[in-house]
Design a protein around this ligand. Structure first.
Ligand code: A2P
Length: 279
C-alpha cells in the first residue's frame, strides 16, 4: 500500500477506509472486515461516528497483526480540554479494544461546551494528546476541520506540530489557501468525502474522464486526490465499491484531466458545517 511520510517521519497509507456514516453494529463490522480482507491497512473512525466498538472488533477478529493496521480516531466535540481529552481518549481505546492508536485528531476546532474559549480548550486537548504521544499510546497527532487561524492559535503553545489536517477535499472543493498553508507547515492533508459523499459520481466531466481512462467515476475522483498528494478516505458499505476504491494505482490522470478537475465547480454545496469553522 502506497504511503505518505508525515513530519515525524512515520508513514501513513495513502488510502484509508472512511467510516463516517457507517452505522455501529453489523454493517460497520462487516464493512471494516471486508476492507481489511481486500487489503486496506488504514481505517479512519471517530468517537462521534459511534462505531468504534464494531470497528475495533473487526480489526481484532481480522487475524491481521495490529501493527500492520494504521488506525485513526478523533476527539469528539463534547470533550475538548485537558482532562476531558484524557478521559475521551481512554474511552476510545477501550471501545476500540486496542492499546494504542496510530493517529488521534481533534475532530473540530470548536468545543461545544466552551465555544468562547476555543483557543484554551484546543490547547488543553493538545497538551493531553502530546502526553499520550510521550507514553506511546498515540503515534501521531493532528487536527480536522481546522482553518488557518485555528492552527495559528494551536501552534502558539504546541510542542508537537500537527502531523495532519483532515478536511473536506475533492474536485470542486479545493480549499486552496488552507491547503497551501498546511503544506507550508509540513502537514499531510487528508481528504474526507473524496467523492463529494457520492455527488461527484454523476458529474458529466468526471464520467467523461472515467471513460477516457477506462476506470469508474469513483476511481477518477480518488486518483485525483492521490495525485494531489493527499491521503484519501473513501467510505462505502458496498463490497464491490470497497474493492474498486483501492484499485487506483494502475493508471494516471494526465495534466489536461487534472486541470479539468481542478477547474471544476463545487457541485456539492458549501462545507457541511460552515458555522463550525467560521468563528
Ligand atoms: P455506499 O456506502 O452505499 O456504498 P464519500 O467517501 O465522499 O463520503 O462518498 C461516500 C458515498 O459514495 C456513499 O454514498 C457510498 O455508497 C458511495 N460510494 C463509495 N464508493 C463508491 C463507488 N466506487 N461507486 C459508487 N458509489 C460509491
Amino acid at each position: 500500500m502506497q504511503t505518505v511520510k508525515m513530519n515525524n517521519n512515520l508513514e501513513i497509507p495513502q488510502i484509508g477506509f472512511g467510516t463516517w456514516q457507517i452505522p455501529e453494529g453489523k454493517v460497520a463490522y462487516e464493512s471494516v472486515r471486508y476492507a481489511l480482507e481486500v487489503g486496506y491497512r488504514h481505517i479512519d473512525t471517530a468517537a462521534a461516528y459511534g462505531n468504534e466498538v464494531s470497528v475495533g472488533k473487526a480489526i481484532q477478529e481480522s487475524g491481521i497483526a495490529r501493527e500492520e493496521i494504521f488506525l485513526t480516531t478523533k476527539l469528539h466535540n463534547n470533550d475538548h480540554g485537558y482532562e476531558q481529552t484524557q478521559e475521551a481518549f481512554w474511552e476510545s481505546l477501550r471501545k476500540l479494544g486496542t492499546d494504542y492508536v496510530d493517529l488521534y485528531l481533534i475532530h473540530w476546532p470548536n468545543p461545544i461546551a466552551s465555544r468562547s474559549h476555543w483557543q484554551d480548550a484546543n490547547r488543553g486537548s493538545w497538551k493531553a494528546m502530546e502526553e499520550f504521544v510521550e507514553k506511546g499510546l498515540i503515534k501521531s497527532i493532528g487536527i480536522s476541520n481546522f482553518r488557518e487561524h485555528h492552527i495559528e492559535s494551536l501552534l502558539e503553545k504546541a510542542e508537537i506540530k500537527p502531523q495532519v489536517n483532515q478536511i473536506r477535499l475533492f474536485a470542486g472543493e479545493q480549499q486552496r489557501p488552507l491547503v497551501q498553508y498546511c503544506k507550508d507547515k509540513q502537514m499531510v492533508l487528508e481528504a474526507y468525502s473524496p467523492l463529494g459523499t457520492g455527488a461527484l459520481l454523476t458529474s458529466s466531466l468526471v464520467q467523461g474522464i472515467a471513460e477516457e481512462v477506462g476506470k469508474s467515476p469513483a476511481q477518477v475522483c480518488l486518483r485525483y486526490n492521490i495525485q494531489k498528494g493527499y491521503v484519501v478516505l473513501p467510505k462505502s458499505v458496498t463490497p464491490s465499491s470497497i474493492l474498486q476504491n483501492k484499485d487506483i494505482f494502475d493508471f494516471t490522470l494526465d495534466d489536461k484531466q487534472m486541470a479539468q478537475l481542478d477547474a471544476m465547480e463545487n457541485i456539492c454545496g458549501p462545507t457541511q458545517n460552515p458555522d463550525e469553522t467560521s468563528f
